[in-house]
Ligand binder design. Structure first.
Ligand SMILES: Nc1ncnc2c1ncn2[C@@H]1O[C@H](COP(=O)(O)OP(=O)(O)OP(=O)(O)O)[C@@H](O)[C@H]1O
Ligand SMILES: [Mg+2]
Length: 359
């Protein structure tokens, strides 16, 4: 059969986007289609550069053209992405930010900041523009985790107002309350003061255009959390927990808080951290120190997407302390788990945005 733009589009329209459950053509994902003899070239525009189905969609398009039209077609597919958003244009706060995601937990010390930092870097490595805001007034971690203690921030003038610029580190834009206040003083702040300080990190910082802004929250479900959801239109929240019972009880509370009728923040998913320990000298062994699959099971029970499990690895802790997130170390066995979780998160955001855009 002679190949034409029309019949190639027909063949591609048999390929379904696994999450959005519609074909690539009706989703408007196919661009720049050109057909010349046996040569077919086009671009697939993804809803996130972190799309986990990139390869499978590419193969499905090639198969469909080969099977339906011409076995000898030479197909060249490029990828591009345009991250979706359910924030409206002219959003008063952070107008250039497409998706703001809160990283929360009920219990402290479960690894929120570690997970937030590694997710942020993983997303940026797929090609997205990513920011990380450390909103933990009582114990900011970003300065240490990004080797930025005592760093001076640059400032810019925007509409007659001086704004701080986030620091660029490992391809992401980071900002922390720790750059402005002495953590030992912040500890005594009461709710309203802490909330006001947090608000300044949104209003007095020039964040620019971002696909994802991850907000690392302090533990618990307090005033800061409420003020955040009241101030900003969030894409949703990610709840981090270890598989341990006491952490799970608090994770359950955090999910309930976000899903509460008066708050209504979508829980995009749960991440289980410290799922098992594998000693470097026994790489086949897994020790389930905090119990097995506790968070995974809770996500299922609460009908919340499960984004992944992260092992307890000595290098993760060391990376945090040395100012370079673990995903940047190719030898770190936890790296691929963080990357997979980041892809799952980007996927949930795309699905959520698609649902929203259709309604
Ligand atoms: N997967 C992991 N493997 C090894 N160490 C980890 C892992 N996740 C977190 N840690 C370490 O555990 C400690 C607590 O992690 P982190 O500071 O990220 O927790 P948090 O939930 O943000 O704490 P807080 O509630 O105080 O904000 C840190 O020392 C961190 O390096
Ligand atoms: Mg923290």
């Amino acid at each position: 059969m002679t190949l034409s733009v029309d019949n190639v589009l027909d063949a591609i329209s048999k390929v379904i986007e696994p999450d959005l459950k519609k074909d690539l053509v009706s989703l408007g994902m196919i661009r720049d289609l050109e057909v010349e003899g046996k040569k077919v070239t086009f671009k697939i525009v993804l809803t996130t550069p972190a799309c986990p189905f990139k390869e499978s969609m590419r193969k499905a398009c090639i198969r469909s053209i080969h099977e339906n039209l011409d076995k000898e077609a030479e197909i060249d597919i490029a990828f591009d992405s345009k991250v979706t958003s359910k924030r409206v244009e002219n959003e008063p706060m952070l107008p250039g930010v497409k998706n703001i995601v809160a990283i929360a937990s009920g219990k402290g010390g479960v690894g929120k900041s570690t997970v937030a930092a590694n997710l942020a870097v993983s997303l940026a490595r797929t090609g997205a523009r990513v920011g990380l805001l450390d909103a933990d007034i009582y114990g900011p971690s970003v300065p240490v985790m990004f080797d930025a203690v005592d760093k001076e921030l640059d400032a810019v003038e925007v509409n007659g107002k001086t704004k701080a610029l986030p620091l660029e580190r490992y391809g992401i834009f980071v900002m922390s309350i720790g750059f402005f206040v002495d953590a030992s003083k912040a500890l005594i702040w009461r709710g309203p003061m802490a909330s006001a300080a947090l608000k300044q990190l949104f209003t007095d910082v020039e964040w620019g255009e971002l696909d994802y802004l991850l907000v690392d929250l302090p533990p618990g479900t307090g005033d800061i959390h409420l003020s955040l959801v009241q101030t900003l239109k969030l894409a949703g929240a990610v709840i981090v927990s270890t598989p341990q019972q006491v952490a799970l009880a608090d994770a359950r509370k955090a999910v309930s808080m976000f899903e509460n009728n008066s708050i209504k923040v979508k829980v995009l998913g749960m991440i289980e951290n410290m799922s098992w320990f594998t000693p470097a000298e026994l790489p086949q062994n897994k020790y389930f120190i905090f119990g097995k699959d506790g968070c995974k099971n809770l996500a299922k029970e609460m009908n919340v997407p499960f984004l992944g499990q992260i092992p307890l690895v000595q290098g993760v802790c060391e990376s945090g302390d040395s100012g370079k997130p673990a995903v940047l170390n190719e030898d770190n066995p936890a790296g691929s788990y963080f990357e997979d979780a980041a892809k799952m998160l980007a996927r949930e955001i795309s699905v959520e945005n698609a649902v929203k855009l259709q309604t």
